[in-house]
Design a protein around this ligand. Structure first.
Ligand SMILES: Cc1ncc(COP(=O)(O)O)c(C=O)c1O
Ligand SMILES: [Zn+2]
Length: 410
């Protein structure tokens, strides 16, 4: 089998640095630490990138994907809008606020980015079935990507997810298995399945393909910098479930600096969780390095991972960059969804309510500097979590079609 992973040269242990050949592996044999992709980048210029397509493949020379990736059957996500959020900024007292709106991806969440890379890895390794454990958005991203790539799909979710996320995961075909349990139990089951003949030939995007999959989140960092005119933001607020996305946005910023694509400057990374599933925020506030698992209970189901794999790395990045980890209640999540919608015309899912809610809280507590360039992520579409605003799912008034009735109603 001849593998083509573009600029990627090895897998490297994040704990002890041991290197491995590129393969469908995810844990270090020496210390059980997580593996990540290591690169040998050639020369990359802003001009080369700008000449690329309006999707994540404009950054293919920074990703573990085949050189001819643009010609493959792929959902081609990315290059979503960075919205200058002056109205929301005014309400919150922020001078230069931007919303990176990843609801604009093909299946309406940032998960299309990570899955796009995982699909190419699955193809490289000859896997015919794509799988995952999901809190909702990933399941739909995987089944859609498998349909486009001509692969089989079998994905696993906690059975009590939002109806829209279940429907989206099913409509693309493949098998959708609901597990009677939490996401963490679904994830544990998938790890068991990989070791069984039933699943040992499958590409689990967030298990045995995780090192490749995770790299997809770097494209958020690249896009934000390019859309700010090749500058890093001063402050960024990122939602945390497993913490993978946050760690890779930091990796992406660092790569841009080391390649000379942006000026080296300090940036602060803030992590956002829902209070009903806030193990990383709790550890941050207590000054701990270890994240104590919790049993989630929040409307932000997409972020409901009680035992986050990248939790300790999130703590390290928040502390090293001078950021913080904060959480908001379900009530604050709903208020934040409505605030973002009514100021910017962006309908966020609960994960976006978490980041905007945390943004507001950080401004109020003085942890964010309102004079600096700030980016807040919306990683998913509000149409997938309609239950969160069920109280508003009715007209302001119902009237007869007459001017008199309208006058009386308004
Ligand atoms: C909409 C949305 N935002 C953010 C996340 C968090 O991703 P991570 O597990 O990389 O922290 C998820 C994860 O499922 C998600 O669905
Ligand atoms: Zn190791």
């Amino acid at each position: 089998m001849s593998l083509d992973f573009g600029p990627a040269v090895a897998l490297s242990c994040r704990e002890c640095g041991t290197r491995y050949d590129l393969g469908p592996s995810f844990a270090c044999l020496e210390c059980f630490g997580p593996l990540e992709v290591a690169y040998s980048f050639g020369s990359v210029t802003r001009e080369d990138i700008a000449a690329g397509p309006a999707n994540i493949w404009r950054y293919r020379s920074l990703l573990p994907v085949p050189t001819d990736v643009t010609s493959k059957q792929n959902m081609n996500p990315g290059w979503t809008k960075l919205v200058k959020a002056d109205n929301l900024g005014k309400v919150l007292g922020l001078r230069d606020l931007h919303v990176k709106d990843d609801s604009g991806n093909p299946t309406h969440s940032f998960k299309d980015r990570v899955v796009a890379i995982a699909v190419e890895a699955a193809r490289n390794f000859g896997f015919h079935t794509l799988s995952c454990s999901s809190t909702g958005n990933l399941a739909g991203a995987v089944t859609a990507a498998a349909a486009r790539a001509g692969l089989d799909a079998c994905v696993f979710i906690p059975a009590d997810l939002e109806q829209a996320k279940i429907a989206m995961a099913r409509v693309f075909g493949g098998k959708l298995i609901g597990i009677d349990g939490t996401y963490d139990e679904v994830n544990r089951f998938c790890s068991e399945l990989i070791g069984d003949p039933l699943g040992d030939k499958w590409g689990f995007v967030n298990v045995n393909l995780r090192p490749y999959y995770a790299e997809g989140s770097k494209t958020l960092a690249y896009e934000i910098a390019e859309q700010l005119g090749w500058e890093l933001p001063d402050q960024i607020i990122i939602p945390v479930a497993s913490g993978s996305q946050l760690t890779k946005i930091d990796k992406g910023f660092k790569e841009l600096i080391s390649l000379g694509l942006v000026e080296d400057k300090p940036y602060k990374i803030f992590a956002a969780q829902a209070a009903g599933c806030s193990p990383v925020s709790t550890a941050f506030k207590a000054g701990h390095d270890v994240v104590q698992p919790v049993k989630p209970n929040t409307i932000a189901k997409s972020l409901a991972i009680g035992n986050p794999a990248d939790g300790p790395y999130v703590l390290d990045i928040a502390r090293r960059t001078g950021g913080a980890v904060e959480d908001v209640t379900d009530t604050e999540v709903v208020s934040a969804i409505k605030l973002l919608a009514s100021t910017e015309g962006i309908f966020a899912e609960t994960a976006g309510g978490v980041t905007v809610g945390v943004l507001k809280k950080l401004v109020e507590s003085g942890l964010l500097d309102p004079s600096l360039t700030t980016v807040v992520l919306n990683t998913g579409d509000g149409l997938k979590t309609l239950d969160a605003i069920a109280d508003d799912a009715a007209p302001t008034a119902v009237i007869r079609p007459s001017l008199d009735a309208f006058r009386a109603a308004v």
